[in-house]
Write a protein that binds this ligand. Structure first.
Ligand code: G1P
Length: 296
């Protein structure tokens, strides 16, 4: 395999329990929660497509048929929209089917992100691939994944997307130690999953986008359970670092973490305020909310 072969597949791990968003996620998978006018997962799929990657492999739990159906034809709905003379809505619904080539693989048990990626092994084959965590929604131009693919094409090794986070938040992320190569590009020297602040090698957090090479799979298959009792992608990458260079790319854009209540709210406001039809109303509503007096 040429190390700079084109990336054609993105794996989207979507088998988490969504515990931070319960009870909203009791029956609805969290990647289907609606952010303004589309489910969370659609933002990621659109980013992949805009980055030139059209093959999307969802990694879901075996009971989840809803997530893939968002991208599948809906003949009854389409016929009804046609009969009611709603060509714009019909076009929107059909565009979702044409958007990407969506397949699903199952993760039988929620054993961690590394395990979810391993479940995509056969679907990926012997080719480089991307991993996109749908909770991390990134608003960037060019799209975040495109920025990373350009670095992958240049250096021919795995690329992780990173962003500086407050020191008291490092325990929520995979953190890298790195040497800068040039503005916004690093060579990774170590990685650690969810370190205590005192042990973190830096404030550079991995944020939900990876461009990876298939030699990761045997390494991941041999990776033991780590932080939280789960098979961690970060631990697999740490092992892989012994045999090949890994790079990181600083995010040039805005990341929104839609996987928790406050981040979901911020993401909603961020994307609503970009839609002319909603922005003015939203501004008026926000301005009319009284700010509680200090100490109240
Ligand atoms: C996962 C990864 C972590 C990464 C984070 C980004 O953690 O394990 O390395 O920094 O996503 O969102 P999770 O948020 O699933 O606990």
């Amino acid at each position: 395999m040429p190390t700079n072969a084109a990336v054609r597949t993105v794996l989207v791990p979507a088998a988490g329990l969504g515990t931070r968003m319960l009870p909203a996620t009791k029956a609805v998978p969290k990647e289907l929660l609606t952010l303004v006018d589309r489910p969370i997962i659609q933002y990621g799929v659109e980013e992949a497509v805009q980055s030139g990657v059209r093959r999307v492999v969802l990694v879901t739990n075996p009971g989840n048929t809803l997530t893939a159906s968002h991208f599948a034809p809906a003949p009854a709905l389409e016929a009804e929209l046609a009969a009611r003379g709603k060509p714009d809505l019909l076009a929107d619904v059909r565009a979702l089917t044409a958007l990407a080539d969506v397949a699903t693989v199952h993760q039988p048990e929620p054993l961690g992100l590394g395990h979810a990626v391993l479940c995509g092994r056969d679907a990926v084959g012997d080719a480089p691939f991307a991993v996109m965590l749908p909770d991390d929604i990134i608003d960037a131009d060019p799209p975040a994944l495109r920025q990373m693919l350009d670095i992958f094409a240049e250096y021919g090794g795995p690329v992780l997307l990173v962003e500086r986070v407050p020191h008291d938040a490092v325990h929520r992320y995979g953190i890298i130690a790195a040497e800068p190569i040039r503005h916004g590009v690093y060579r990774v020297t170590d990685l650690v999953e969810k370190p205590a602040a005192a042990d973190a090698p830096s404030d550079l957090a991995i944020i939900g986008r990876y461009v990876l090479t298939p030699d990761l799979f045997p390494t991941l298959a041999a990776t033991e359970r780590g932080a939280g009792g789960e098979i961690q992608l970060t631990d697999g990458l740490r092992q892989l670092l012994r045999s090949r260079p890994i790079y990181a790319c600083a995010l040039n854009g805005t990341r929104l973490d839609a996987g928790n209540r406050s981040g979901f709210l911020k993401a909603t406001i961020h994307f609503a305020s970009k839609q002319p039809a909603l922005a003015a109303d939203l501004r008026e509503t926000l301005d009319s909310i009284p700010v509680p007096a200090a100490g109240a």
